[in-house]
Design a protein around this ligand. Structure first.
Ligand code: SAH
Ligand code: SF4
Ligand code: F3S
Length: 441
């Protein structure tokens, strides 16, 4: 067992977990399998937030049956499906060698060793309520200059459509000292951008300190001197005035906020257990734009929640128009077994949902373009990520507002900052010209 491959589905938390899986396996002397080769160990880090995420796993694992038999490849499945299904997963996918959950990631190397020595699959899934915050694991970052930094894990909100609280357990925060110490260590290792992660970062600290302390955490992280700070996700009910003020004041905190609306209808928001109204949300948005007129705002929207009428959907269109989004992830509601919404009456037929979904997607596209056009002629600080996948003569980077910028250049600027004059705006990216490339923040 010398080579491995990690295949990741799902959210940033999973991406971060995959970096830790890769870190642990690399520490054991294993190397990433070269592109196109079949690895000795293939780890699936899975997601079950919507049905299509489930289906991808089944398809990919099934297609490995042959190589597993011929080459003895070990197949390990962890993440949210591992946590949800445990041993049950072997009924549909008997070729799996290791099943692990979201709370026992640290045990993966031992579980792989055990599976190599055993003719039977190895299953270990821990009860989320027994789990501690495991932050102290090696990590092999996808980009040397960027790091995910979990500040909370789990979720207490129980939105009625969502499986996350069941597979990630209750919300637990990491101490402020721990987070700050990690950011210092990451900077010493070349990191210039951190993304603070949690299902609802705005309630950070409630379990540890009795009250949320996210605004203070932002200030502490900014005090480390790290050039760029992002964070996700913010639940609108917990986004405080103190956090908005910290964002507005601290130059390192990117002026980009991901603030999931989910629905614009008060009736549906109530059925979703979101605990805000359209008016609450739009008041918050007004406060945000007032504090930061250049804020880039993004969101998540669900279409076709049980009972959603044409009128409810119109409210979503209205709210989405009023929020002037820069970007939005739009989802068709997907029933998840075990969540309250899955057993609600009035599940909506696909033929009804699809046209609503298409309308919402085009609204989001025009909103995104409308936010990009005024940027033409401005100078933006861009953190470059490397050559574009499609064209090696084009450099790709991101603005503080998380907008993709393309620049014609062969310069090796990956991981460095430069100023770019924006020449043209498209829906999902900007085109610009490099005007400096000092590599400083
Ligand atoms: N904690 C974050 C992320 C949750 S999952 C948050 O609260 O925003 C990311 C997104 O997936 C959610 O915001 C929601 O829009 C979507 N989602 C979750 N469950 C879903 C379901 N059953 N069907 C469709 N979309 C869903
Ligand atoms: Fe899911 Fe809601 Fe928690 Fe987000 S806040 S993870 S949508 S339950
Ligand atoms: Fe998916 Fe689990 Fe994240 S269900 S969205 S990978 S918390």
């Amino acid at each position: 067992m010398t080579t491995f491959q990690v295949r990741t589905f799902g959210c940033q938390m999973n991406k971060h977990d995959s970096e830790r899986i890769a870190g642990m396996l690399a520490e054991r002397g294993m190397t990433v399998a070269p592109e196109g080769d079949i690895a000795d160990v293939i780890v699936f880090n899975t997601c079950c937030v919507r049905e299509n995420a489930d289906e991808r796993l089944y398809g990919q694992v099934s297609s490995l049956t042959g190589v597993r038999r011929e080459r003895g490849t070990i197949i390990a499945v962890g993440g949210c499906i591992g946590q949800r299904d445990g041993e049950q997963l072997l009924r549909t996918l008997p070729m799996i060698d290791v099943v692990f959950g979201t709370h026992n990631l640290a045990r993966l190397p031992e579980l792989i060793d055990a599976a190599a020595d055993s003719p039977r699959p190895v299953v270990e899934v821990e009860d989320p309520s027994d789990a501690d915050f495991t932050a102290d694991l090696p990590s092999r970052r996808e980009h040397p200059w960027h790091a995910w930094v979990p500040v909370t894990v789990g979720c207490n909100n129980f939105c009625t459509y969502c499986i996350v609280p069941y597979v990630r357990g209750r919300e637990r925060s990491r101490s402020m000292e721990d987070v700050v110490a990690e950011v210092h260590a990451l900077m010493a290792d070349g990191v210039v951008e951190v993304t603070l992660l949690g299902q609802n970062v705005n309630s950070y600290g409630r379990d540890l300190y009795g009250a949320p302390r996210f605004a203070e955490l932002l200030r502490e992280v900014a005090a480390t001197g790290v050039p760029r700070i992002r964070f996700t996700t913010s639940h609108p009910k917990d986004l405080s005035t103190a956090t908005i003020a910290a964002m507005a004041e601290l130059p390192a905190v990117c002026r980009h906020l991901h603030l999931p609306l989910q629905s614009g209808s008060d009736r549906i928001l109530k059925a979703m257990n979101r605990r805000y109204t359209q008016a609450d949300y739009l008041a918050l948005v007004a406060q945000l734009y007032e504090a930061m007129p250049d804020l880039a705002l993004s969101t998540d929207l669900i279409v076709g929640f049980p009972g959603e009428t044409e009128e409810d959907f119109e409210e979503t269109m209205l709210a989405a128009t009023a929020a002037h989004y820069d970007a939005a992830f739009t989802f068709i509601y997907s029933p998840r077994a075990g969540t309250p919404a899955a057993s609600m009456a009035e599940q909506i037929a696909k033929e009804v949902v699809q046209p609503r979904f298409d309308r919402l997607v085009s609204l989001v596209q025009s909103s995104a373009l409308a936010k990009n056009v005024p940027l033409v002629g401005t100078v933006q600080r861009v953190l470059f990520e490397g050559a574009s996948k499609r064209d090696g003569a084009v450099l790709m980077g991101r603005t503080a507002g998380n907008k993709v910028v393309h620049v014609r250049s062969h310069a090796a600027l990956a991981g460095t900052f430069a100023d770019v004059r924006i020449d043209d705006a498209q829906t999902w990216f900007l085109l610009g010209t490099l005007i400096s490339g000092t590599g400083d923040a």
